[in-house]
Design a protein around this ligand. Structure first.
Ligand code: NAI
Ligand code: MG
Length: 363
């Protein structure tokens, strides 16, 4: 039975509140004779850490990320804590670059029980693959501002950077059940190739890689039209792949169609490291009140277990991941377990308790 070292970074705002529930749930799957087991170690990062220590990502935190088997992250940043250039601190973006977490894996899945957002309550189930290390975010601190007159950020795409994310998307489509509408295994390239050379390059590489996956349907859509399709015909989609900024935007839209950011998990994964965090931020508008939805963080912990199952070849982690999934499904069917963002009155801790109890009962 393996013990996995998990570096835990709650961050700021509701990061702390939702993290406590994810740890509760992981401790619930841990019990029993057959494991897996976890050793959790908490480290600081984020806006508050920056105010207190002068850095938003201390070396000790980064070292702990590198030494761990996996990283569980809450959310970081507070709108009032800004760098001299006017942008916010963002350790999560730094970690993506430093640890080369190039694959942003963002499942958009409809769970029964959550009040429907779209007419007809379609059983949405697709994954957005967001390129995490280049694109418009490549500029990050490399943009330029000339006085009060002009500001520039650059969108940078490389062939290796594009190939690896597209390949990941096709491999993922091979493992999935296909699009809910017709069962087709399909990857949709979401771009703006009609206008930008960088995007035409992205699409060209997409179709080159597609040749290696003859069993998977390859198609493309412009990102603006895609925002409409995601609302009008979401069941067509299985896996989407996109540049960093577009992926950022469409993943929040996708989350909105299944109940909101409170139920949208994500993984930032590379060839060596994996970091798992909800798609949402620190929600300063509700922080400290115990009403945040912990489901996105709990489902991110589930994704962490799936990744450990694959990378460590540990079927017990796969079982634990499935146990969390079943427990979340069961929990969300009961409206008494819904937090305010999905129309209920449940408190953060009560939702974590409900998921943990469902896991215990399922054992
Ligand atoms: P946000 O995701 O924190 O909040 C957007 C809206 O969704 C708010 O109304 C919030 O109350 C709601 N919401 C988000 N998560 C929720 C949850 N679990 N339960 C219930 N409601 C939830 O995005 P916003 O307001 O744009 O950013 C706030 C701060 O978070 C900023 O400082 C931003 O930089 C940071 N941020 C950090 C991220 C990260 O660490 N990965 C990602 C996005 C934003
Ligand atoms: Mg975002």
């Amino acid at each position: 039975m393996a013990t996995y070292r998990i570096t835990v970074i709650p961050g700021d705002g509701i990061g702390h509140e939702v993290m406590a529930e994810a740890l509760k749930v992981l401790k619930a799957v841990e019990g029993g004779l057959s494991g897996p087991r976890f050793s959790f170690q908490e480290f600081p990062a984020g806006a508050k850490c920056c105010q207190e220590t002068g850095t938003d990502l201390p070396d000790a935190t980064l070292d702990a990320c590198k030494a761990a088997d996996a990283i569980l992250f809450g959310a970081a940043g507070l709108p009032a804590v800004r760098l001299p250039d006017g942008t916010e601190i963002r350790p999560q973006i730094k970690l993506r670059k430093v640890l080369d977490l190039y694959a942003g894996v963002r499942p958009i899945k409809r769970y029964a029980g959550i009040p429907p957002v779209l007419a007809g309550d379609p059983p949405i189930d697709y994954v957005i693959m967001r390129e995490n290390t280049e694109g418009l975010f490549a500029s990050e601190a490399g943009g330029a501002r000339v006085g009060d007159y002009v500001a520039v950020d650059n969108l940078v795409l490389t062939r290796p950077g594009t190939e690896r994310i597209v390949r990941w998307a096709f491999r993922l489509a091979q493992q999935r059940r296909g699009a809910p509408s017709d069962g087709a295994h399909r990857v949709t390239c979401v771009d703006k190739a009609n206008i930008f050379q960088s995007m035409a390059f992205f699409r060209q590489i997409f179709y080159e890689v597609a040749r290696d996956f003859p069993g998977i349907q390859a198609e493309h859509a412009y990102v603006d039209a895609m925002t409409m399709y995601m609302v009008q015909r979401p069941l067509r989609y299985d896996v989407m792949v996109s540049e960093n900024m577009f992926g950022d935007i469409i993943s929040d839209l996708g989350a909105g169609t299944v109940g909101g950011l409170g139920v949208a998990p994500s993984g930032d994964i590379g060839d060596t490291y994996g970091l798992f965090q909800p798609s949402h931020g620190t929600a300063p508008d509700i922080a400290g009140r115990g009403i945040a939805n912990p489901i996105a963080q709990i489902l991110s912990a589930r994704m962490m277990l799936e990744w450990l199952a694959e990378t460590k070849r540990d079927p017990q982690c796969a079982q634990a991941a499935q146990a969390i999934e079943r427990a979340v499904e069961k929990t969300l069917i009961d409206r008494r377990n819904h937090t305010a963002d999905i129309g209920g009155t449940a408190r953060t801790a009560a939702v974590g308790d409900a998921v943990a109890t469902a896991i215990q009962k399922g054992k």
